[in-house]
Design a protein around this ligand. Structure first.
Ligand code: G3P
Ligand code: CA
Length: 248
């Protein structure tokens, strides 16, 4: 069923349950950020899947976490120094390839919300935001996707470009005023590591009209903390086990 990502958040809030997000798909069982990993997260009942995006040397949006190729593929060097065709020939684990973002959007459409993290730090990709918005518009996917980043100026830029796109700011620390950060960036979702969340932070974000999405909840302590603080979405590398635990 086609459902906007904002509607998914509203429905989950009304039901009093957090959305389950597959972080890089289901990397506990399949190579991260591959089509097989995303398919598995969808089959595991995730409401959302998360992926990481860079630009290839020929300007294509590609899905891989690191700026370098060594950890997750049999290639070497920087992602930005390879064409999309070169990246596609690499083995990203168990015969999987580095997907184009377009493939992941097409897989997610009508099934799950897609959270796209744009990796604009430390390496910058000029023009990435414009390419991303154009692609989401062409695919009719603006309202089924969210874009998040540690690089808040990109989120601000995206807000000016596309008011209908759900946007999130990633944060490592516990800020004094998360609502101010949301307003400055024009973002909808405040997205910290779960250990930087507390009950007051969730209250403050909700009072500012935002939602809280935490990463990466992979163990019992993280689940227990989420049950105490009630974030709106929970991203995990172990969607099967953590999905069962948060829904128990
Ligand atoms: O969703 C946020 C989270 O993915 C940020 O950290 O390094 O796993 O991309 P990272
Ligand atoms: Ca990420």
């Amino acid at each position: 069923m086609t459902q906007s990502i904002r509607a998914r958040y509203e429905a989950a809030h009304d039901d009093g349950r957090p959305l389950l997000g597959g972080h890089r798909g289901n990397p506990a069982e399949h190579p991260e950020n591959t089509i097989r990993s995303f398919r598995s997260a969808i089959a595991a009942g995730c409401d959302l899947i998360e992926c990481d995006v860079h630009l290839s040397s020929d300007g294509r949006l590609v899905v891989i976490h690191d700026h370098t190729l060594e950890r997750t593929t049999n290639g070497s060097g920087l992602v930005r120094d390879h064409t999309a065709a070169e990246l596609r020939r690499l083995d990203a684990g168990r015969g999987e390839h580095v997907p184009l973002l377009q493939e992941v959007v097409e897989l997610a459409l009508g099934k799950v919300g897609l959270v796209i993290e744009i990796k604009q730090v430390p390496i910058q990709y000029p023009g990435l935001e414009e390419k991303l918005v154009n692609m989401l518009r062409q695919l009719g996917a603006v309202q089924e996707c969210a874009v998040v980043s540690f690089y808040h100026p990109s989120i601000r830029q995206l807000r000016e470009m596309e008011p209908k796109l759900q946007l999130g700011i990633l944060e490592g620390a516990r800020p004094i005023d998360p609502g101010r950060l949301l307003r400055e960036a024009g973002a909808d979702v405040f997205s910290p590591h779960w250990g930087a969340m507390d009950q007051q932070l969730v209250k403050d974000v909700h009072a500012a009209g935002g939602a809280v999405g935490v990463w990466t909840v992979d163990d019992d302590l993280g689940v227990a903390w989420c049950k105490l603080c009630h974030p709106d979405s929970i991203f995990t590398n172990r969607p099967v086990e953590i999905g069962a635990a948060i829904r128990a």
